[in-house]
Design a binder for this molecule. Sequence first.
Ligand code: FES
Length: 151
Amino acid sequence: MKNPIRIVTTAVQKYADTPGGLLPLLHEIQAILGRIPKDQVPLVATGMGLSRAEVHGVISFYHDFHCDQRGQSTVQVCRAEACQAMGSRQLEEHIKERLGIDYGGTTADGRFSLEPVYCLGNCACSPSIRIGDDIHARVDAQRFDKLLDEA
Ligand code: FES
């Protein structure tokens, strides 16, 4: 079992003297623990010579950082203009219903988390979603169900 205090302490020691070290520090903690535990923020703040509010501010500013435990894979649905014009709103309703969660949620079995995203750089093939590291184009409800079954 991973010991969050030991992991955070080691990461803080590694980056404490690095200018701009907070971001790589947070990335490292999240890569190891799968999240940035809220109760470890004071340790990060003290070690980096920052206030807790400053550390919380950075975590909440960057969408990639999260304090809660996420699913094994993250499903991102593009909500930007091109995808909306091609039906992403209807698709997102289907995805929410199929997974049984809203944005920011994680399925009960811990397999999937759901997040909105604002452009995946795949606008010509809208609507687009990402499951894990893979971007999928021209997704409709039936295609999403198939992708989910295969995931
Ligand atoms: S608008 Fe959806 S991928 Fe760009």
